[in-house]
Design a protein around this ligand. Structure first.
Ligand SMILES: NC(=O)c1ccc[n+]([C@@H]2O[C@H](COP(=O)([O-])OP(=O)(O)OC[C@H]3O[C@@H](n4cnc5c(N)ncnc54)[C@H](O)[C@@H]3O)[C@@H](O)[C@H]2O)c1
Length: 448
């Protein structure tokens, strides 16, 4: 072990290490806060000047994190933020939390990871620990990410070796925004280095702000474990969505069935059907593995099938809604429909990959008018795929009664379900939100 790496270890042990966090979004910001709370100095990096300005002013842009976290960071003399990536040289450890989306053809888009790798390479100095956190397929850290670091270093005439002069590891983020039971500091963190020293020092670094660290033998194991977690969810959600479609035609309530099955104390974990998949992870990450599997000659059949079933859910809900309207002798094409919930899950304002958008677009092809109500999202904006141009409708007895159907896409706890039950002409419930009111609603309630 050379002196630079030895010193890095000592700086981590003594908490005098400086930590750089690149990408201050849903993952990077709470991570920066957790490590800052552990006592180290943290520098946040982002390409978005609006985020840097907000953090300097102590303004929170991710509401689920609460205002106190950002205020505490803004007031601390151990935290600062910048768009100047030359300052990466100041950091002993650099943690990378940039997006890993899909391209239009569902292929991995590693451009953010590669650009960031190059930025790191251009500022690289001996004795740095670089950790990729962005979800990706196994092998990315060792190939694409490390290559990008070398490329950046070469561009500025730096010749340093991974494992000798600097260390590289992968540690997946398991953040679940909005979940009250766990936060960054209490979710066990997997760490796998490109070599043993990298694993060891990365584990020590994360222990500063995170309770439980789980070292694994290789970066590839950590990368694959994260993808397995998300494939497991995608596949199980597809399974219950398929069960929903089948059981519905048998006149059986899938939610009651799942609750019944979940009384078995072992061997069964409950997953819940819904209007489709949402969020940054589950609809995207499995395709990273599927793509890589194809590259080495395998079809990831479970992933493809789960994707197919989950992606078909918005159309299923729309079909059920149209049918329910027709059964009430209402021509669907003259109907007004109110969609409740635009966020992809309850009680957050996160709309990434939310199935509500597709639901609204598909409904627009079938009915006369579609509006939405979401207490967390006042109006829609132009996005990559959607530009709905809608403003949230306030739920009152009068507004509810003015629509021919109300479709519950997201079961926010702020919705007044009793009022919805009482004043809606027809409720199409994709989330089992109306269970309590089912007896009194009779055939005004349809499950989809
Ligand atoms: N959101 C989640 O719940 C979650 C959970 C687990 C894992 N992840 C993974 O973590 C990674 C980050 O996701 P996120 O949800 O935090 O994304 P995000 O979009 O909320 O944040 C990413 C941040 O990176 C910044 N950024 C983009 N390009 C950059 C660059 N070249 N240099 C510096 N900053 C740059 C963006 O401005 C943004 O602030 C992804 O790989 C994602 O799959 C996300």
């Amino acid at each position: 072990m050379n002196d630079h790496i030895k010193q890095l270890g000592e700086r981590i042990e003594s908490r005098s290490a400086v930590v750089g966090v690149i990408g201050l979004g849903y993952v990077g910001l709470p991570l920066a806060s957790a490590l800052h709370s552990g006592g180290v100095r943290v520098i946040g990096f982002d390409v978005d000047p609006a985020k840097i300005k907000a953090l300097n002013e102590g303004t929170n842009y991710l509401s689920h994190l609460g205002h106190d976290m950002v205020k505490e960071l803004a007031e601390s003399d151990r935290f600062d933020v910048t768009t100047d990536f030359v300052r990466l040289r100041e950091a002993d450890a650099v943690l990378v939390c940039v997006p890993t989306p899909l391209k239009g053809n569902r292929e991995p888009d590693l451009s953010y990871v590669v650009t960031t790798g190059r930025d790191i390479g251009m500022a690289l100095r001996p004795g740095q620990l670089i950790v990729l956190e962005s979800t990706t397929y196994p092998g990315t850290t060792r190939r694409e990410f490390l290559d990008a670091i070398y490329e950046g270093a070469k561009a500025v005439g730096t010749t340093l070796e991974s494992g000798e002069d600097f260390l590289v590891a992968f540690s997946p983020e398991r953040e679940d925004p909005g979940r009250k039971s766990h936060a960054t500091a209490t979710i066990p963190k997997l760490v796998g280095g490109l070599d043993e020293t990298a694993t060891d020092l990365a584990a020590k670094l994360y222990r500063i702000g995170i309770k439980e660290i789980v070292p694994v033998s290789l970066a590839e194991v950590a990368e694959a474990a994260k993808i397995l977690e998300n494939v497991y969810r995608a596949v199980n959600i597809a399974l219950v969505n398929e069960m929903k479609v089948i059981l519905s035609d048998m006149g059986i309530d899938v939610f009651e069935v799942i609750r019944a099955a979940a009384t078995k104390p072992f061997g069964f974990q409950a997953f819940w059907p819904g209007p489709g998949l949402g969020g940054h992870c589950i609809p995207i990450d499995p395709y990273y593995l599927a793509w890589r599997a194809k590259e080495i000659g395998h079809d990831a059949k479970f992933i493809e099938l789960a994707g197919e079933i989950n992606h078909a859910m918005p159309a299923y809900v729309v079909e059920k809604t149209a049918r329910a309207l027709e059964e009430r002798s209402l021509a669907a094409k003259r109907a007004g429909v109110l969609v409740l919930g635009l966020a992809y899950k309850p009680d957050v304002d996160d709309v990434r990959e939310s199935p509500s958008f597709e639901l609204i677009e598909l409904l627009r092809e079938r009915v006369a008018r579609v509006d939405y109500s979401d207490p967390h999202i006042g109006a829609t904006w132009k996005m990559r795929h959607y530009d709905l141009g809608l403003t949230s409708v306030e739920i009152t007895p009068e507004t509810l009664a003015s629509y021919d159907a109300v479709v519950i896409s997201t079961n926010h706890s702020a919705f007044d379900y009793e009022m919805i039950a009482e004043h809606s002409k027809l409720v199409v419930d994709t989330r089992d939100a109306m269970r309590l009111y089912a007896p009194k609603m009779g055939d005004r309630l349809v499950r989809a």
